[in-house]
Design a protein around this ligand. Structure first.
Ligand SMILES: Cc1cc2nc3c(=O)[nH]c(=O)nc-3n(C[C@H](O)[C@H](O)[C@H](O)COP(=O)(O)OP(=O)(O)OC[C@H]3O[C@@H](n4cnc5c(N)ncnc54)[C@H](O)[C@@H]3O)c2cc1C
Length: 496
């Protein structure tokens, strides 16, 4: 039985499929491409994604395959401007995990397979229509056969040119950043090569050049290479051009060799305003694309999937009313806005072309990166551990919406085939046990002791605080859970 048709088996569709299947939801995962990504594309998996992978049950495989980068360096005007460190991030994963996207997809596909999901390749979504209780989708197979599928829910994880987004007629609002960028994966040698676990940014007057470490002794070089007129494609760079560019911007003591990927790209910054229309949802690049500065794109998309999967599972399994789904778009759209803003600012800063502005930027960076607080802020923002859903219709009480410290829920089983559950933390364990008995399908069977003696906290299946209250607020908690549980609750949004 297909409860959800997932279009696109990139990192976001694979995460969505694995999470839904883990919760016992029937999924079909289709992709029009004959094979998974073969290039390195998104390279960084950040702390919050790794924490969520703990809950998914796949973080260990990523940690074994990736390379841990403990920090970065920023150079400009012939000197080092600063060394942001990631080891100050308040997470067990206080580093940037460097792992090529082809490996990310391979590991996620293996993880999804463990829950019985196989990607159906060379199957393309060519159209769909919505009805009140589901979606009718038209799929084209490699041999030209056209299939019509009925599914209660359609999930568009089909990337920047999303057919699902087009089918909904949703505007993808934004703009293109003006530069052409070069990208290559190479080997680096020479006395000037940055340490093999450091992300090195060179802010040159011609434009930025960034070197990222990749496992197995390789490195990614990304740099601006000027502008071409709209509609004109720049030819792929040659190794000699990359060498000349690295010589000029990174100081002349680095030799590049053995390229496996030489390409150009342009940056678009675009987003939909609604991630849901009726029974159709968007996640990942289908909903938001932006500058790769900060390496947030794939991480944000995978977190979209984690956010939606438990909500859909609860609704599909009759544990919660459909009102629960109303929180997905506001929660993730706000995060998308934030990520677009931050990535855009970083890109603007790095690509300043006016020499006076470049001088002022370098001076300011040198001062600011000397301050612990600034370095910590940069690392924390990149790590996505401070993402919170304070304005969400699901958040109730002071502190609600915040990330619940992962140590507090360590040891939760990944829950294969099980149902997602909220967790109750209570100071009064007797009353806590009574509440968990009253809502056996919403709450983990046993309450856990609250870290604060007087607190009553309900934590969502994705590790964010749903309700935070004082001990006397048992009525609030009861009302909150009753509203969630009402299976006929459609579209009311706020839980009060
Ligand atoms: C050169 C490059 C470098 C990048 N570097 C970074 C980085 O350093 N950090 C970062 O976070 N991000 C980076 N990104 C972005 C990152 O790759 C994306 O954010 C990520 O792939 C998005 O995942 P997704 O699953 O949403 O979409 P995608 O990975 O695009 O997957 C979408 C899938 O949908 C399939 N599909 C599309 N249409 C249909 C259809 N009609 N029917 C069936 N299937 C369909 C496609 O075949 C594809 O497999 C980079 C991207 C590029 C191109």
């Amino acid at each position: 039985m297909t409860d959800c048709l997932i279009v696109g088996a990139g990192p976001v569709g694979l995460t969505m499929a694995a999470e839904l299947a883990r919760y016992g939801v029937g999924v079909r995962l289709i992709d029009r491409a004959p094979h998974a990504t073969e290039t390195s594309k998104a390279l960084v998996v950040w702390s919050r994604t790794l924490e969520l992978m703990d809950r998914m049950g796949c973080s260990q495989a990523f940690l074994e395959a990736g390379l841990r980068a403990p920090g970065a360096s920023i150079r400009g005007g012939g000197r080092t401007l600063g060394h942001p460190r990631f080891d100050t991030i308040a997470s067990a994963y206080n580093f940037a995990l460097m792992i090529p996207q082809r490996d990310t997809e391979r590991l996620l596909a293996a993880h999804a397979r463990a829950f019985g999901v196989e990607v159906e390749r060379q199957v393309e979504l060519i159209g769909f229509t919505e009805a009140c209780d589901g979606v009718e989708a038209r799929l084209r197979h490699a041999n030209g056969y056209e299939e019509t599928v009925q599914a209660p829910w359609l999930l568009g994880c089909d990337g920047a040119h999303s057919a699902v987004r087009h089918g909904l007629g949703l505007a993808f609002t934004g703009s293109a950043q003006g530069d052409d960028w070069l990208l290559t994966d190479v080997r680096l040698d020479g006395p000037g090569a940055p340490p093999p676990d450091e992300i090195a940014t060179y802010l040159h007057r011609d434009g930025p050049c960034v070197i990222f470490p990749i496992p197995n002794g390789r490195a990614r070089v990304v740099a601006t290479v000027g502008k071409t007129e709209a509609g004109h494609a720049r030819p792929d760079p040659t190794l000699a051009e990359v060498q000349a560019l690295v010589d000029r911007r990174a100081g002349g003591d680095i030799r590049v060799s053995d390229p496996v990927w030489l390409t150009n790209f342009r940056i678009n910054e675009r987003k939909v305003s609604e991630y849901r229309r009726g029974r159709v949802f968007l996640a990942g690049d289908a909903a938001h694309i932006h500058s790769p500065a900060g390496g947030q794109g794939m991480n944000t998309g995978m977190q979209d999937a984690v956010n939606l999967a438990w909500k859909l599972a609860m609704v599909i399994r009759g544990m919660a009313g459909e009102g629960l789904l109303d929180s997905y778009s506001p929660e993730r759209s706000a995060v998308g806005d934030l990520v677009l803003r931050n990535a855009g600012r970083l890109t603007d800063l790095a690509t300043l072309s006016n020499p006076a502005a470049q001088f002022a930027r370098n001076l300011a960076l040198r001062f600011l990166l000397g301050l612990h607080a600034v370095r910590d802020r940069i690392a924390t923002t990149m790590s996505e551990i401070e993402i919170a859903y304070r304005e969400s219709p699901l958040s109730h009480g002071p502190g609600a919406g915040a990330r619940w410290p992962p140590e507090a829920y360590a040891g939760l089983p990944p829950g294969a085939g099980g149902e997602p559950r909220f967790v109750l933390y209570a100071a009064d364990m007797r009353r806590g046990a009574a509440l968990t008995r009253r809502f056996p399908r919403l709450l983990e069977p046993a309450p856990r002791p609250s870290p604060e003696r007087s607190d009553l906290v309900i934590v969502r299946p994705d590790g964010y605080v749903a309700l935070a209250a004082r001990e006397a607020a048992w009525d609030d908690a009861e009302r909150y859970l009753s509203t969630l549980a009402r299976a006929d609750e459609r579209g009311t949004g706020a839980i009060s």
